[in-house]
Design a protein. Structure first.
Length: 293
DNA sequence: TCCCAGGGGCATC
DNA sequence: GATGCCCATGGG
C-alpha cells in the first residue's frame, strides 16, 4: 500500500474543490463519499485507484497496490488536477477591485480551477456538452465511459478510466447512436479520436507550444471544435488560464446575475471586463460558474 | 406547447 | 461576416 501526503499550499481549499467535483451531477469518472474522493488513474500503464482526503491541512492519498516508483507521477497528476502550484493571492486582489465580484474572494476562498488533465477527455466532454443540458450531457458521458472505458473494481464497484482515443477511433457513428448521441456528436468524437491516433493532435506537443493562438488554430481545425470548445479545452486541460470560452451560456447567466449584464452581452463588454483580470481570465470564468450554484 | 440547454457546421447572401 | 437552419434530447 502506498501512502502520499501533500501539505496544502496557501489559499487551497479541498472542500471547495470537492464541492465542484460533486455538484449533484451523475459523474462517472470519480466518486465522493464522506469528504473522500475516489479516482481511477492509469499510472505508468497500470490502473490505480486513488483514495484522496484532507486532514490537518494536508492532502492524503492512499493507493492500495501502488508502488513507490509511482509517487511522483501521482503527485504530478494531483498538482495538475487541482492547479496546486498557483498562488491565488493576485487573483483575489483583482477581485477586490470590482465591487460586484469582490464577494467571490471570500465565498469561494481556496477554490482551484479543477482541470481535466486528459486532453482527449476534455475535448470529448466539451463536444458532448454542446447545446444540451448538463444532466443529459452527464448521461451521455456515462454511457460512453461505461461501454468503452476500462475499469478497476473495489468493494464490488467499478471505477472507470475515460476511454482511450484508440478505442473510440475504431467506432462508427452507428455505434454511438443507440446511446442517444446525435449523429453529429458521434462523428465529432470519433473524428477527434482519430486525430489523436494519427498524431494530428499530440497533447505533449500542444503543451509545449507557447503561442496560445497557435493552439487555438490547431484545436479549431478539428471538426466539431469551435471557439467555445477550444477555449474550454485550453483552460481546463492545457493550463492556459487566459482562455475565455466566449459564447458560454453559464458565463453569461452568471454575469447577468452578478453584474447585471445583458443575457447576451456584446463581445466588447466581455473583453473589457476580462481585460481587468490579465492572466486570470479563466479563473474569473470558473468562479463565475461557481456563483451559479 | 414552446423554449432553452456549458455550440458548431454548413449553406447562402 | 452576418444570418438562418439543422442537429437531438430533456427539463422547466
Amino acid at each position: 500500500m502506498l501512502s502520499i501526503e501533500m501539505p496544502f499550499p496557501s489559499l487551497f481549499s479541498f472542500q471547495e474543490c470537492l464541492w465542484f467535483l460533486d455538484r449533484n451531477y451523475d459523474e462517472c469518472l470519480h466518486s465522493i463519499q464522506d469528504q473522500v474522493l475516489w479516482k481511477c488513474l492509469e499510472i505508468r500503464g497500470q490502473k490505480r485507484l486513488l483514495k484522496i482526503f484532507a486532514q490537518d491541512q494536508t492532502l492524503h492519498v492512499v493507493v492500495r497496490e501502488g508502488l513507490h516508483s509511482e509517487v511522483s507521477a501521482i503527485e504530478d497528476y494531483l498538482k495538475i488536477w487541482f492547479d496546486w502550484e498557483r498562488n491565488l493571492a493576485p487573483f483575489y486582489e483583482l477581485l477586490q477591485k470590482d465591487a460586484d465580484l469582490a464577494f467571490m474572494a471570500k465565498a469561494y476562498r481556496g477554490l482551484r480551477l479543477v482541470a481535466i488533465p486528459d486532453l482527449f477527455e476534455a475535448l470529448c466532454w466539451s463536444v458532448i456538452g454542446q447545446q444540451i443540458n448538463l444532466t443529459f450531457a452527464y448521461k451521455l458521458k456515462r454511457r460512453l465511459v461505461e461501454n468503452f472505458g476500462e475499469s478497476v473494481s473495489f468493494d464490488q464497484k467499478p471505477f472507470y478510466l475515460f476511454p482511450s482515443p484508440a478505442r473510440i477511433a475504431t467506432l462508427k457513428p452507428e455505434d454511438l447512436r443507440p446511446f442517444q448521441f446525435s449523429g453529429r456528436k458521434a462523428e465529432y468524437i470519433i473524428g477527434i479520436a482519430q486525430a489523436f491516433e494519427t498524431r494530428k493532435i499530440v497533447p505533449s506537443v500542444l503543451r509545449q507550444e507557447v503561442d496560445a493562438e497557435a493552439i487555438f488554430q490547431q484545436l479549431t481545425a478539428l471538426r466539431g471544435v469551435g471557439e467555445w470548445t477550444a477555449r474550454y479545452a485550453m483552460m481546463k486541460s492545457l493550463d492556459i488560464k487566459t482562455s475565455v470560452p466566449y459564447g458560454d451560456v453559464g458565463l453569461y447567466n452568471a454575469l447577468h446575475q452578478v453584474k447585471g449584464f445583458d443575457k447576451r452581452p456584446p463581445r466588447e463588454q466581455l473583453e473589457a471586463l476580462f481585460a481587468q483580470f490579465p492572466g486570470w481570465e479563466s479563473y474569473l470564468v470558473f468562479y463565475l460558474w461557481r456563483s451559479l450554484a
